[in-house]
Design a protein around this ligand. Structure first.
Ligand code: ZN
Ligand code: ZN
Length: 730
């Protein structure tokens, strides 16, 4: 917008009666008593009856009330304004001020131009509000033009105008200009300090902000908030909380905005104690019904792990908005309570609040985890219909991840190929999806394509690439990528990268090299690394090393029952049954419980979960009948159960005494009886598939002519026609 200050500047003579007469007029005194627009209409008709409407003074008072009072109405002000032939300076100023406070501050600038064109000169009551509008609109070039007007009119030494200029520059991010104005100013009032502090803090220049903050003569809640949210926005949550504690010591009364920021800092840091304290403060100060603070509290409690408290607040909140639903669903997902997230999402769909992109970003990981592909597909269709134009790359990337983790890698690829623009995260999701599914060639091919399209891989890309190599046992290639990651892309390897390479070395029986690599890591190996080496010892029958790795693992994770289980499997594989019994006794003495195997399957959009030997499903009788049938058919085709991994599932052994009741077998049996012949069965298991179930499932896929896609803790198995995509390497 180009502003033209070149029009003739002169003030119209006022033809009002003497000011004293008007000021004390009873009709005008009534204005201050108006509490709504109906009252106002009455006063307006009074003004007309008494003939006062012919005076600019009465009209300016009327407009002032309509444009600025909280009981007013800006449109009504404009109606009155249009009846005035030649509005005076005060009236123009009031209309401009009204618009600068409104939701369309652009109109303030438009009226400013009209004011100049009509020949009325702006003054020190006009410019601050025009400048405020420029700040609200981030209208940087208009702001500079107004600055020129200020100079031309000789108003730069006016305190009100000067502070507004500093504020405008600070809010528009032109910190140098703001600083210049501030340094030149003889009067550094709290407002200009606060403006500059806010400008610095919101752009991450926190040291500058803090210096000014320490100088400021009087600190009010606005300047405190600027500091607190500046730290929080820069991810410096601890410092945000420290500033907040200072406010409490200085007896500053925090407001809603302080509370929302501080609660989000608590959420990030997991400070439940401070969060609790803030909730009591909020209740004491009667802010408990404020939706912003309630949403912030729900978010804080769920991120700090107190989901019950969060849900309590959510349930008791009377006016929930989409943010309330999003923070609660996101809280469940964040704490890995995926089933609850899904249930609440279904409840949301039945409510009158529409989900938005943030909702889907929270719920898709829950679908992915539970393998809830039907719901995932429904969300895909919804996004396609309502959010396609939004072009939210994260949303489409979440869909790729969801499809990949739900076992439909083809659908993931379709979403990936259909994306107009992709970012690094989209490539990463697709590469690791392919890796998970054992589609190593495709994953590596996609990696080359990504490079040729100019993307620079990050550490997450290489986790995908290296795990693709790991799943296929490609040791040499894995080594090459590992070296290239360090040398060509200057990425220092993290535990996950080392883990892939160590796993490859272990499986190849190169234990010396694996240990040498651990020695050079410069960080302590985690449980996953020792576990994979233990697994390798089982495959290579290396009892001695297995014992030492198990010791290392138990030092790190004393409660890890998996360590005992793997070790006993190594003994069992070598026929050392006394050692197997010894370990069993030790586990028993310690009263340790292993994580129960749990498998889920989604049928008609409902996720069914099964534990080992579970008889709680409403159709358990039919399921067990099917299991018997499976066992008979397996036996007939010559299947011999492999009992060498028997301790791996010793809990069930005691409960059920049978390998055929593992959770994945229950899920498969349920899938067979509740879906049409030929339908693909997709199941998700929380643990690694045992060798016995793996061989059995291969045969089941052949006997029943079904494709079975199983996701275990590490990867996918596509069972078809009696074989598995992993080639028995997992
Ligand atoms: Zn099993
Ligand atoms: Zn497999």
């Amino acid at each position: 917008m180009l502003l033209s200050p070149s029009s003739p500047l002169h003030i119209l003579p006022s033809c009002d009666p003497p000011y004293k007469l008007l000021r004390d007029h009873p009709s005008l005194a009534l204005l201050s008593k108006c509490k709504n627009i109906q009252d106002l209409r009455q006063v307006h008709s009074q003004i007309i009856k008494t003939g006062l409407h012919n005076t600019q003074f009465a009209l300016s008072k009327l407009i002032e009330f309509c444009a600025i009072s909280p009981f007013g109405d800006l449109n009504y002000a404009l109606l009155v304004f249009r009846t005035i032939q030649e509005p005076n300076q005060v009236i123009w100023n009031t209309v401009i001020r009204g618009h600068s406070l409104s939701s369309s501050p652009i109109l303030a600038i438009e009226f400013y131009i009209r004011m100049i064109l009509s020949g009325v000169v702006p003054n020190s009551y006009t410019l601050p509000f025009v400048l405020k509008s420029c700040a609200k609109l981030a209208a940087s070039s208009e702001g500079k033009q107004i600055h020129a007007h200020v100079l031309k009119l000789g108003l730069e030494s006016d305190a009100f105008v000067h502070t507004s200029l500093i504020n405008m520059y600070a809010q528009n991010g032109e910190l140098e200009s703001a600083r210049l104005g501030f340094d030149k100013s003889y009067l550094r009032d709290a407002v200009s300090y606060t403006a500059l502090i806010t400008g610095y803090a919101s752009r991450g220049c926190l040291d500058e902000a803090r210096k000014l903050f320490d100088e400021i003569p009087v600190r009010d809640v606005v300047s405190w908030n600027a500091m607190i949210s500046g730290y929080a926005q820069s991810g410096r949550y601890q410092e945000a909380l420290e500033v907040f504690k200072e406010t409490c010591n200085e007896n500053v009364v925090p407001n809603e905005s302080t509370m929302v920021t501080v609660l989000s800092a608590c959420a990030h840091l997991g400070c439940l104690d401070l969060g609790n304290w803030i909730q009591s403060w909020i209740e004491e100060h009667g802010l408990g019904n404020n939706l912003h603070t309630v949403n912030a509290l729900i978010d804080m409690y769920s991120k700090c792990g107190d989901l019950n408290k969060a849900r309590e607040l959510f349930n008791s909140s009377k006016q929930r908005d989409v943010i309330s639903w999003n923070v609660m669903i996101g809280g469940y997902t964040h704490m890995s309570h995926y089933k609850e997230a899904l249930m609440l999402f279904r409840q949301m769909l039945r409510s009158d609040i529409e989900p938005n992109d943030v909702t889907f970003l929270s719920i898709l990981p829950a679908c992915a985890y539970l393998g809830a592909i039907d719901l995932g597909k429904w969300i895909h269709a919804y996004i396609d219909k309502n959010f396609r134009t939004l072009n939210n790359i994260s949303l489409w990337t979440s869909l790729i991840d969801m499809y990949a983790k739900c076992g439909n890698i083809e659908a993931a690829a379709q979403v990936f190929d259909g994306m107009n623009s992709k970012n690094l995260a989209s490539w990463n999701a697709m590469i690791s999806g392919l890796a998970m599914h054992g589609k190593t060639d495709k994953a590596l091919e996609l990696f080359s394509r990504m490079i040729s399209e100019g993307f620079i891989p990050d550490d997450i890309t290489f986790v995908g690439v290296l795990s693709a190599c790991k799943h296929a046992g490609l040791l040499d290639l894995g080594r090459q990528y590992f070296t290239s990651m360090i040398q060509d892309y200057k990425i220092s390897p993290k535990l996950q990268h080392y883990g892939c390479l160590i796993d490859l070395l272990g499986r190849a029986g190169l234990f010396d090299e694996a240990e040498a690599l651990i020695g050079t890591m410069g960080m302590k190996p985690d449980g996953a690394i020792w576990t994979s080496l233990l697994g390798a010892c089982r495959a290579h029958g290396n009892v001695e090393l297995g014992e030492s790795y198990a010791k290392n693992l138990l030092e790190l994770e004393p409660e890890n029952t998996g360590a005992y289980v793997l070790l006993s499997n190594i003994y069992a594989g070598e026929g050392r049954w006394t050692d197997v019994a010894r370990i069993r006794t030790r586990l028993n003495d310690k009263g340790m419980k292993k994580v129960p195997g749990c498998s889920s399957i989604e049928v008609d959009s409902v996720v069914h979960e099964f534990l080992v030997g579970d008889k709680v499903h409403p159709q358990w009788k039919q399921i067990y009948k099917m299991l018997d049938e499976i066992d008979t058919l397996l036996e007939r085709s010559g299947f011999v159960p492999d009992t060498s991994e028997v301790l791996y599932d010793m809990d069930e052994e005691w409960k059920e005494g049978s390998l055929s009741h593992h959770s994945e077998k229950l899920a498969i049996a349920f899938g067979l009886i509740s879906t049409k012949p030929g339908t693909t069965i997709r199941i998700v298991k929380n643990l690694r598939v045992c060798g016995n179930c793996h061989s059995a499932t291969k045969l089941i896929s052949k006997i029943f002519n079904r494709e079975i896609i199983a996701r275990d803790r590490n990867r996918f198995h596509h069972f078809k026609d009696g074989s598995c995509s992993c080639n028995d390497y997992w």
